[in-house]
Design a protein around this ligand. Structure first.
Ligand SMILES: Cc1ncc(COP(=O)(O)O)c(C=O)c1O
Length: 516
C-alpha cells in the first residue's frame, strides 16, 4: 500500500477487479467521505502512477471515470481538482449536522402524498401466482380471439404509419374514441360524443385520475359498503375521507347516506352490478342519487365494470344516460370483456371536464399505446368485439350454472344461488366462522377465494367468500368445489351445517362508521 497525501490508495494485482476500477472506487469513496475535500488538487497522473506503482493509463482511466460522473473538475489543462459541487450534493444527500454528507443512516421519507399511497395500497390485497379456481376478477383469457387480435396489431406494426409511431393523442386515438362512444350509446344507453371519451390504462387509472381531478384532500366520498377496493385505494390516495354507505337490494342506500353526511363531494357507485354483492340499482334510487348530486353540486362516479355479462332480464341502461346536469363521470374497462393485460379502459366525462381530464391524462403517462388503440378500434368496428361478448356471455352463464350445480351436491355444506349477472358469486358462512381464516384454509387446500369482510369499511356482520368462476372450465370448477368443500369440512364439523350461501342477503348495517 502506498499513500497519496493523507489518503491511502492500494491496488491488488491479484483481484479480478481491474486496477483502474479499484482506484476509481477508492478515490470516489474518499471524495464522498470528505477525506479529499471539494476543490482539493489531485496529484498528476504521472506522479500518482509512480507513487502507486501502476501504469499512467490506469490512473488516466480512473480519473476519466470520475470526471464523467462529475466528481472531478479540470479547468483548461490546469490541475485536476475535486469538484466543488458533488453529484450527491445535487441529489440532496446532505446530513443535517455540520453540513456533512451522511452516506449511511440518512432518514429519507416519501412525501405525505407518498405515504397516502402506501396506506391506500394496504387495503388492496391481491392474489398471486397462476390463476386457479376461484380467483376473482378474471375473464377467461384463453377464449380471447388472440389470432384475430395478433393479426390486427401486426398489421399496424408491419408498416408503422407516422401518425401512430410518435407521440399520440392524450385523450385517446380518435377512431377508438368514436368506436367506444358508438358502442356505449347503442349497448349501454350512455349519452356521449366521441370527444367526451378519454382512453385510460384500465379502470384503475380512471379512478385515480377522477379522484385527483375532482377531489381535494379532506373531501368526503360516499363509498358503497361493501365496495370495490381499487376505488377505495384511489380515493384514499387522493386524501379523500371515505364515508361508508350501506348497500341493499336496490343498491346504494341514499337515505342512510344523507342522514350521516351532507357534505360529500362525490358518490362512487356500481349501479349495474354492485361490487361485490351484485344488486342492480333501482330506477327510483338512480333518480334520487342524481337529484342529490344536482342539489348539492356533487359528482357521481359510475363504475360499469362488467355489465356486458348479464344473463337474465333486461339490463338497465347506464345511470349516465339519465344525467341532465353533467354531474356523472362514467367509467368502463376492457379488462373483463377482453383481457386485464391490455390495460385499456375509458372515462366518459361531461363536456365541461374534457379539457381538464385530457390534461390530467397527459400528465399521467401521455396516452395509451397507439398500435393497441388502433387495433382495438378495428376490433370493435369489424364486429369482433360484439361477437366475443356474445360468446363469452354464454360461456360464463354455463360456468355459473356449473358452480351452482357442483356446490349443491355437498349435503348442505354450501350452496351458491344464481346471479343474474357478473363473473363471481358469494358463499356466505355460518355464524362464528371467520372468512379470512376460511379463505386461508381454502388456499392451503388449493383454491383461491376472497374473504368478503375485506370489502367492508365498517365491521361486517356476516362473513363469506367471493368466488370467481368466469376464468375456469366446468371441470375445473367441479374440482375446485371439491377442494373447497374439503377445506370447509376441515374447519370444524360442528359448524358446517350453518354454512349457507346466498347472494341475496346483504348484511344489516347497524355498525358504527370506520374511516380508512
Ligand atoms: C368494481 C370494479 N371496477 C373496475 C375493475 C377493473 O379494473 P381494471 O380496468 O383496472 O382492470 C374491477 C376489476 O376487478 C372491478 O371489480
Amino acid at each position: 500500500m502506498r499513500s497519496v497525501s493523507s489518503v491511502q490508495l492500494a491496488v491488488d494485482a491479484s483481484s479480478p477487479t481491474p486496477l483502474h476500477r479499484q482506484l476509481y472506487g477508492q478515490l470516489r469513496e474518499a471524495i464522498l467521505g470528505r477525506r479529499i475535500r471539494p476543490g482539493a488538487r489531485l496529484p498528476s497522473t504521472r506522479m500518482l502512477a509512480a507513487e502507486i506503482g501502476v501504469s499512467r493509463n490506469t490512473i488516466l482511466n480512473a480519473y476519466e471515470q470520475l470526471f464523467a460522473e462529475g466528481y472531478l473538475d479540470a479547468r483548461g489543462g490546469s490541475a485536476t481538482r475535486v469538484a466543488e459541487c458533488l453529484p450527491c450534493d445535487v441529489m440532496c444527500v446532505r446530513g443535517r449536522q455540520e453540513g456533512e454528507l451522511r452516506l449511511t443512516g440518512v432518514t429519507r421519507r416519501p412525501s405525505s402524498r407518498g405515504a397516502m399511497f402506501s396506506a391506500a395500497h394496504r387495503t388492496c390485497c391481491s392474489e398471486e401466482g397462476p390463476p386457479r379456481p376461484f380467483r376473482t376478477g378474471l375473464p377467461d383469457v384463453g377464449e380471447f380471439p388472440s389470432r384475430i387480435w395478433a393479426g390486427l396489431v401486426a398489421r399496424y406494426w408491419r408498416r408503422p404509419s407516422r401518425a401512430l409511431s410518435g407521440y399520440g393523442f392524450s385523450a385517446g386515438y380518435p377512431p377508438l374514441r368514436k368506436a367506444i362512444s358508438d358502442y356505449l350509446r347503442e349497448s349501454r344507453g350512455v349519452c356521449c360524443e366521441p370527444g367526451q371519451v378519454i382512453v385510460v390504462a384500465g379502470s384503475q387509472q380512471g379512478l385515480d385520475l377522477t379522484a385527483r381531478v375532482l377531489l381535494d384532500p379532506g373531501d368526503t366520498v360516499w363509498m358503497e359498503d361493501p365496495g370495490y377496493l381499487g376505488a377505495r385505494s384511489a380515493f384514499a390516495a387522493a386524501g379523500a375521507r371515505l364515508q361508508p354507505v350501506p348497500v341493499d337490494q336496490e343498491g346504494l342506500d341514499i337515505t342512510a347516506a344523507a342522514e350521516t353526511d351532507q357534505t360529500a363531494r362525490m358518490a362512487y357507485v356500481t349501479p349495474s352490478h354492485q361490487y361485490p354483492l351484485g344488486a342492480l340499482m333501482s330506477l327510483p334510487r338512480r333518480l334520487r342519487l342524481l337529484d342529490w348530486a344536482r342539489r348539492t353540486g356533487a359528482w357521481i362516479l359510475e363504475d360499469d365494470y362488467d355489465s356486458e355479462f348479464r344473463y337474465t332480464g333486461r339490463p338497465l341502461a347506464a345511470l349516465q344516460g339519465l344525467d341532465t346536469e353533467g354531474c356523472v363521470v362514467y367509467l368502463g374497462t376492457f379488462s373483463k370483456v377482453l383481457s386485464p393485460a391490455l390495460r385499456l379502459g375509458y372515462l366518459v366525462v361531461p363536456p365541461a371536464l374534457v379539457d381538464v381530464f385530457t390534461a390530467a391524462r397527459e400528465v399521467a403517462g401521455e396516452h395509451a399505446p397507439m398500435m393497441e388503440q388502433a387495433a382495438l378500434a378495428d376490433f370493435i368496428a369489424d364486429g369482433h368485439f360484439a361477437r366475443h361478448i356474445r360468446r363469452m356471455r354464454m360461456i360464463y352463464a354455463e360456468r355459473q350454472a356449473a358452480l351452482i350445480k357442483a356446490s349443491s351436491g355437498f349435503d348442505g355444506l354450501f350452496e351458491v344461488e344464481p346471479r343474474p349477472a357478473g363473473m363471481h358469486a358469494t358463499l356466505w358462512l355460518g355464524t362464528g366462522m371467520d372468512d379470512q381464516e376460511t379463505s386461508r384454509r381454502a388456499a392451503e387446500g388449493g383454491v383461491d377465494t376472497r374473504p368478503m369482510s375485506i370489502f367492508w369499511l365498517r365491521p361486517p356482520d356476516r362473513h363469506g367468500l367471493l368466488l370467481g368462476y368466469a376464468a375456469f372450465t366446468p371441470a375445473e370448477i367441479r374440482e375446485g368445489v371439491k377442494k373447497l368443500s374439503a377445506a370447509l369440512r376441515g374447519l370444524g364439523r360442528s359448524r358446517r351445517r350453518s354454512a349457507v350461501t346466498s347472494s341475496r342477503r346483504p348484511p344489516s348495517n347497524s355498525s358504527p362508521r370506520r374511516d380508512l
